[in-house]
Design a protein around this ligand. Structure first.
Ligand code: C5P
Length: 233
């Protein structure tokens, strides 16, 4: 069960990231390197956190650009030997296909395992109202299911979504499609900027393959204890 927990290293220094990895490595399954960490510290962070004991790294790069550019970026992401990285499904079918091609070709060339390439459907900080404000008339569930189906058709391994959409994604994409769910909040914890949330227990029961839980653990006085409490739940 602990392998299902992914901790986002949403901090602005190498020191803070390494301290979290050392404290949490035996309590969780993987660590996520996202935009805050990579833009503050740089790409050397991958090696540094591996040395600190992070075995599985999810690079939350959220690529969204024209297919040729995303393919090139995916080649670079794969060279970091990460377990998984992502793109935005809103970049479309050709872009997602190009990302997967970049990963496959590079992994083959380097003789390393191909990273899982997954697509962010609709950010968990977005609700129906926000969707309407950017001109999307379909409701969140319909939009997420449709983007997940497109990601699968483009050859991707899974998606990132809120746990609230797990059942519609499973219906559209089947049981082997990886579903990673942020927007997870243990009972009583601060929601922050997340909008489509669920408790960890319910998210796992719904069929989430991996839950991403950040601030309730990383900002806790004792992150390892907070991770253990989550695991026990
Ligand atoms: O602190 P919190 O648990 O809200 O962190 C959630 C993490 O998951 C953040 O690193 C955020 O960038 C990421 N994420 C998300 N929603 C998505 C995709 C990624 O919250 N749809």
């Amino acid at each position: 069960m602990k392998n299902k927990i992914i901790i986002p290293l949403d901090v602005d220094s190498e020191e803070k990231a390494i301290s979290l990895v050392k404290e949490l490595k035996d309590h969780v399954g993987a660590f996520k390197v996202g935009l805050e960490l990579i833009n503050n510290v740089g790409f050397t962070i991958f090696e540094k956190i591996k040395e600190a004991g992070a075995e599985k790294i999810f690079y939350d790069c959220k690529f969204c650009d024209i297919p040729n550019t995303v393919k090139g970026a995916s080649v670079g992401a794969t060279k970091n030997n990460v377990w998984m990285f992502n793109v935005h499904a809103l970049g479309g079918f050709d872009m997602m296909k190009a990302a997967k091609e970049g990963a496959l070709q590079t992994a083959e060339k380097l003789g390393i395992e191909t990273p899982l390439v997954i697509a962010v459907t609709i950010l968990t900080s977005i609700n129906g109202e926000t969707l309407k404000s950017i001109g999307v008339e379909r409701d969140v569930k319909t939009e997420v299911a449709s983007l997940a189906k497109l990601a699968k058709e483009a050859g991707l391994d899974g998606v990132v979504s809120s746990p609230q959409e797990i059942s519609v994604i499973r219906e559209a994409c089947g049981k082997d499609f990886v579903i990673v769910t942020p927007g997870v909040r243990p009972k009583g914890s601060d929601i922050g900027d997340q909008k489509r949330i669920m408790t960890p227990l319910k998210a796992v029961r719904e069929g989430s393959d991996y839950i991403v839980v950040g601030r309730p653990i990383t900002k806790a006085e004792n992150p390892a204890l907070a991770a253990d409490n989550l695991f026990n739940e």
